[in-house]
Write a protein that binds this ligand. Structure first.
Ligand code: NDP
Length: 337
């Protein structure tokens, strides 16, 4: 079977490509440039000719994926502006929504063999304000708050709401589209909602400027001479990029996953928890800030991932394994360490 993966050059996507190739699929990746495609071609040369790429320069064009989709059996749609800093919220919302709708339209028009489209959404789509401690977020939650904030404040909205709204609106657009066209299509949709993703980097990362946003945040927190004073505060929930890739691959193979959303998350983390895990690793890891060893996380919100564990059968890696392997990779690639 052939899987089309959009945004194949991205941090998460390259791990998904690897997982799919390892499982024996043919993979066709869309990239925005030949340079990015050639990097992947070279990375996966052991799998030649099962990995191919096509250039889709702008997914906002209505027929962007019309050629790429021909002959494909399943789709992983990961391409989306994954930036936590934007000027105008529409700079991230428009491409996120248009890319999602355009891939679905192309499947409807020219992908008669496609049975399933797996979309990379995000845990931020569940972060609806709530009361209680710990705060538990599940797939039943929807972050309308960020969408409302963007609507009310537009360009002046707090930064995090821009990206969050783009993910909510893109995922909602997919579900509404599927509902509207349900009598005309032969495929279903699954959405995967990763928490903050860390772990090994297979994407090209020769310099700091090539790091994706979450790898960059990890780098900054470890490379720092002076740990942030709020290191004990919860930063987010974490998930390993290899487990996110597994969740996507399983989403193709588990029949009853169709029509469902799945949170992919391991544990809540603070930078202190990451420092402690790295500093007590065996073999030891050098040059990691100490902070205040053992200090507990000061507040806690949890993305509940039982559904992914039970239905997709994904077991999430430990914080230590993820942190150690990510740091190893960043140092090995000599990202200006
Ligand atoms: P990357 O920035 O590495 O990947 C983003 C991918 O989307 C790249 O392939 C990029 O292409 C492509 N892309 C971005 N903007 C556009 C656009 N306007 N048109 C076409 N393609 C575009 O980040 P991640 O791997 O982290 O993100 C991948 C997906 O995972 C995204 O959907 C993101 O929202 C989601 N996600 C990420 C999380 C994380 O913690 N990292 C958590 C939850 C969800 P190019 O390489 O050419 O720039």
């Amino acid at each position: 079977a052939t899987v089309l993966i959009t945004g194949a050059s991205g941090y998460i996507a390259v791990s998904i490509v690897k997982e799919l190739l390892d499982r024996g699929y043919n993979v066709r990746g869309t990239v925005r440039s030949v340079v990015k495609g050639d990097y992947l071609k070279n990375l996966f040369k052991a799998h030649e000719p099962r990995f191919q790429y096509v250039v889709v320069a702008d997914m906002s064009n209505e027929d962007a994926y019309d050629d790429a989709i021909v002959g494909v059996d399943a789709v992983a749609h990961t391409a989306s502006p994954a930036t936590l800093v934007a000027r105008d919220p529409q700079d991230v919302i428009k491409p996120a929504v248009a890319g999602t709708l355009n891939i679905l339209e192309s499947v409807k028009k020219r992908g008669p063999s496609v049975k399933r489209v797996v979309i990379t959404s995000s845990c931020v789509t569940c972060m609806q304000p709530k009361a209680g401690e710990p705060l538990l977020y599940t797939e039943a939650d929807w972050n309308d708050h960020s969408v409302n904030e963007v609507q009310a404040k537009e360009i002046d909205v707090d930064q995090p709401h821009k990206y969050r709204a783009s993910k909510v609106l893109a995922e909602r657009a997919a579900w509404s589209w599927a509902e509207k066209h349900k009598t005309e299509i032969n495929f279903d949709i699954v959405t995967i909602l990763p928490a903050f993703v860390f772990g090994p980097l297979l994407n090209e990362a020769k310099s700091l400027s090539q790091l994706n946003e979450t790898s960059r945040i990890f780098y900054d927190a470890i490379k720092t001479e002076k740990p942030p004073s709020v290191a004990t505060k919860q930063f987010s929930n974490l998930v390993d990029v290899r487990d996110v890739a597994l969740a996507h691959a399983q989403a193709f193979e588990v029949e009853k996953a169709g029509g469902q959303r799945f949170i992919a998350a391991s544990v809540p983390f603070s930078w202190q928890a990451i420092y402690d895990a790295l500093n007590s690793a065996n073999p030891p890891v050098s040059n990691v800030p100490k902070g205040t060893p053992g200090a507990p996380i000061s507040d806690r919100s949890i993305f509940v991932s039982e559904k992914a564990q039970n239905i997709l059968g994904v077991k999430f890696r430990s914080l230590r394994e993820t942190a150690v392997d990510m740091l190893d990779d960043l140092r090995e690639k000599e990202v200006q360490w």
